[in-house]
Design a protein around this ligand. Structure first.
Ligand SMILES: Nc1nc2c(ncn2[C@@H]2O[C@H](COP(=O)(O)OP(=O)(O)OP(=O)(O)O)[C@@H](O)[C@H]2O)c(=O)[nH]1
Ligand SMILES: [Mg+2]
Length: 308
């Protein structure tokens, strides 16, 4: 299975981000706490070389806390913040850190300009609403909600720019692409929902077996399925059997008592993405120990508006 999306206006997206960064004093980089590495924009380092960057692990409430602690300990450079963008008190730490990163800005006539960047659906607009205490930025539970950069005043001397989500697909990294798709960062038109739900259910069955068994009442079935199927991702039988078990539990049936796999895939991904199966991280630092550094791994940038 290949995850394909449509590289449309990728250079435009990159140019726009570069222009926005050039006008900002501090860049707030949101990555998804459940997949901090795969959701990191590999081009940001070169684009923001001259600006201080504050990295924030967003959606930390959905991630496995032990894994988040491991990411924070392993992070190169300044340790990031790990927060829920829905927590108005916790997010106040972000402008505070920005002020430390740009001590020459702020005060009368020297507005500190911050810019929020990150992949689609990571929580950029939610952060702005939490910081301002108002629903002023449009938020949605699918990618490509924000279409244009927009400025908001946070304090008299601090402004924050929202920006459209931008994805730099690493076309050679299908593992990362699968995690991004499972997390909700990639528009559903770009992949087969059954493939991604199948991958995700196998992942959760392996790494968070108890959470899966408990959520769907699969205590008796799960061991048998895992014992009698292969963990080779090329062999779809484990994914299908797990999805069938989930679908039966949820009553997602079609004619003849067969499980409706499309409906099951949708409901499984929805429950996974909203944290109802449990606090789940899609990657740990030790998943990458054999990896080369990032250089040269990225594919072409695309704007989220092209990924639907
Ligand atoms: N649980 C949880 N949900 C969050 C968090 N941040 C955002 N969300 C949800 O994630 C979805 C996307 O949030 P947005 O703020 O629209 O994301 P965005 O980064 O602005 O997305 P684009 O504008 O499409 O690039 C919404 O359903 C939010 O309610 C978080 O920290 N925790
Ligand atoms: Mg947005």
């Amino acid at each position: 299975m290949q995850i394909n999306w449509f590289p449309g206006h990728m250079n435009r997206a990159r140019r726009e981000i570069a222009a926005a960064i050039s006008k900002a004093d501090v860049v707030i980089e949101l990555v998804d706490a459940r997949l901090p590495r795969s959701s990191r924009n590999p081009l940001l380092e070169s684009l923001a070389r001259t600006k201080p960057v504050l990295t924030v692990l967003a959606k930390a409430d959905l991630a496995d806390p032990e894994t988040t602690a491991a990411w924070l300990a392993a992070w190169p450079g300044d340790p990031p913040l790990a927060l829920s963008m829905n927590d108005p008190r916790a997010v106040r730490a972000i402008p505070e850190r920005c002020r430390h990163l740009a001590p020459h800005r702020g005060g009368p006539g020297r507005t500190l300009r911050t810019l929020v960047v990150g992949i689609p659906n990571v929580g950029k607009s939610t952060l702005i609403n939490s910081l301002t205490g108002r629903r002023i930025a449009r938020v949605g539970d699918r990618p490509a909600i924000t279409r244009r950069a927009q400025r908001f005043e946070l304090d008299a001397d601090l402004s924050i720019f929202d920006s459209p989500g931008v994805l730099w697909p690493r076309l050679d990294d299908q593992d990362g692409a699968r995690r991004l798709a499972a997390s909700g960062a990639i528009g559903e038109a770009a992949f087969e929902t059954i493939d991604i739900a199948g991958w995700a259910v196998c992942f959760v069955a392996t790494r968070y077996r108890e959470a899966l068994a408990e959520r769907f009442g699969l205590e008796d079935e799960l061991d048998g399925i895992l014992r009698t199927t292969s963990d080779d991702p090329a062999d779809a039988s484990r994914a299908v059997r797990l999805l069938e078990a989930v679908g039966r539990r949820r009553g997602a049936l079609r004619g003849g008592g067969h499980v409706d796999l499309d409906r099951t895939a949708d409901l499984f991904l929805r429950e996974l993405r909203t944290g109802r199966i449990g606090a789940i991280s899609f990657e740990r630092p030790d998943d990458f120990v054999d990896d080369q550094p990032d250089e040269g791994r990225e594919g072409e940038p695309i704007s989220s508006s092209n990924s639907r």
